[in-house]
Ligand binder design. Structure first.
Ligand SMILES: Cc1cc2nc3c(=O)[nH]c(=O)nc-3n(C[C@H](O)[C@H](O)[C@H](O)COP(=O)(O)O)c2cc1C
Length: 197
């Protein structure tokens, strides 16, 4: 049997730690090999937004046999090389700092290097950028990364689905990320627009 290739989840220091948590949880629920790498800023945001240390989240995920993680400075991790097969990467949430670095081919930490590898190897790279408002440098960087092959997937609700709160918004974005990564074929039926009444 051929082993499924892992998905890398890069967690950077934008607001939206809950999106990272639920993306990893959903991948593991589907028994998909998942590799996480988290920036130093993301650890601060995690604590701020989820009232939990990232280390505690790691301890829980490490119980799962399909989960692996590497430190942000670990440039000797397998995912730093294009020779190591992965099925792609989502950077969720994606800070403007990380967008700018990826747009300019900067690869000074493991998250950035892995994103750069995905682009050069023509693998799926999904960025979930979170900032508002956006200035022209943000927009130009997002365009550059899109032109290099990444999917830009802002964490925005489909208002026509009438989300009732945070849980609905998170589920919608995470479902979108899974489809963009090729992990799911389609959105769940209740997240598909069924036409006006
Ligand atoms: C609580 C908190 C929320 C933040 N939210 C955002 C955000 O939504 N978008 C963003 O681009 N940066 C945000 N930042 C700033 C980034 O964390 C900062 O630019 C950092 O250098 C990003 O580093 P990284 O790209 O290596 O994760 C936030 C920082 C903190 C502490």
């Amino acid at each position: 049997m051929i082993e499924a290739k892992p998905i890398v989840v890069g967690i950077s220091g934008a607001s939206g730690a809950v999106l990272a948590r639920e993306t990893v949880n959903e991948l593991l629920r589907r028994e998909i090999p998942t590799i996480a790498v988290c920036s130093n800023a993301a650890r601060l945001v995690w604590q701020e937004e989820l009232d939990q240390s990232f280390s505690d989240a790691l301890s829980e995920w490490r119980e799962h046999p399909q989960f692996t993680d590497y430190g942000i400075g670990d440039l000797r991790a397998p995912i730093a090389s294009g020779t190591f097969p992965t099925a792609g990467m989502a950077v969720v949430p994606c800070s403007m700092n990380t967008v700018a670095s990826v747009a300019h081919g900067l690869a000074g930490n493991l998250l950035l290097r892995t994103a750069d590898v995905c682009l050069k190897e023509r693998r799926r790279l999904v960025l979930v950028p979170r900032e508002t408002p956006l200035h022209s440098i943000h927009l130009e960087n997002l365009l550059a990364v899109s032109r290099a092959g990444a999917v830009i997937l802002p964490p925005e609700p489909a208002f026509y689905l009438k989300p009732r709160g945070m849980e609905d918004l998170v589920r919608f974005v995470v479902s979108r990320v899974l489809v963009a990564l090729g992990v799911a074929d389609d959105l769940p039926q209740d997240l598909q627009y069924q036409g006006g009444s």
